[in-house]
Design a protein around this ligand. Structure first.
Ligand code: MG
Ligand code: MG
Length: 249
């Protein structure tokens, strides 16, 4: 079931996403070598709560924290802990916010200090995939036009796209229909309509796309130990084009 949102509902979702953006901007500044990931999580929860929101991930299927923080070969769903960040790490932060009955969902992978050339390249490709996919989010286009542009760019760069996790519709639920894979065939899938809001989240692996979940029951890592990046924006399809609700400004 696909729920199209009214312009008023989209404005509330923009506010939810603005809180997530504020979290991300703050953490980007606070992230330094030696910082424990649980310290970032504590800050995030404080920012979200003060803004009148709720951390969407905390308690979701038993997830214990406000943020998912995934480092290097960790792709998604890393649990904040006493682990300290190190120079050269790439750090993915995923932040979900519930605000006035609607969800915002935003993720970014940040380099910590000076990172390897390989890390720089996969970060650039992940961010570019996000940007190119967003440009496809126009009323009348097909859903998998978005998927195809991501897969094309990523594979041309010699990297791979994750198969086991996909983007999703978002609104009054954190995960709504439709699913939005990062692989697929252009010209197929549902037609995009104004009011459709998608959490679009390219996930790119340096090596093979096979992933596994660690024994903590959450942290997803690449099987071959290669780097992984994750970029996510919540985007509304409107008659005027894609409206990035989690845009930084
Ligand atoms: Mg997310
Ligand atoms: Mg998401």
């Amino acid at each position: 079931m696909i729920y199209l949102k009214s312009p008023e509902e989209i404005e509330v979702m923009r506010q939810a996403n603005r809180i997530a953006v504020r979290v991300m901007q703050t953490l980007k500044e606070k992230m330094t070598p030696g910082t424990a990931t649980q310290e970032l999580d504590r800050l995030a929860e404080e920012i979200i709560t003060r803004a009148g929101g709720k951390p969407a991930f905390k308690g979701y299927r038993g997830f214990p924290a406000a943020l998912c923080i995934s480092i290097n070969e960790e792709l998604v769903h890393g649990i904040p802990s006493q682990r300290k960040l190190k120079e050269g790490d790439i750090v993915s932060i995923d932040c979900g916010v519930l605000y006035r009955g609607f969800y915002g969902d935003h993720a970014w992978t940040f380099p910590l200090g000076e990172v390897s050339e390989g890390a720089k390249r996969i970060l650039a490709v992940g961010a570019k995939a996000l940007e190119l996919g967003i440009q496809k989010m126009r009323a009348g286009a097909r859903l998998y036009d978005i998927s195809a542009v991501v897969q094309g760019l990523v594979e041309k760069a010699g990297f791979s796209v994750v198969r086991d996790f996909v983007g999703h519709g978002i609104g009054k639920d954190l995960h709504e229909d439709p699913q939005l894979p990062n692989f697929g065939e252009a010209g197929t899938g549902m037609r995009l309509k104004p009011g459709l809001v998608l959490a679009f989240e390219p996930m790119v692996c340096e090596g093979d796309y096979a992933v596994k979940t660690l024994s903590d029951g959450w942290t997803v890592v690449t099987q071959d130990g290669g780097l992984a990046v994750h970029f996510e924006h919540s985007v509304a399809v409107t008659a005027e084009g894609p409206d990035v609700l989690s845009r930084w400004d």
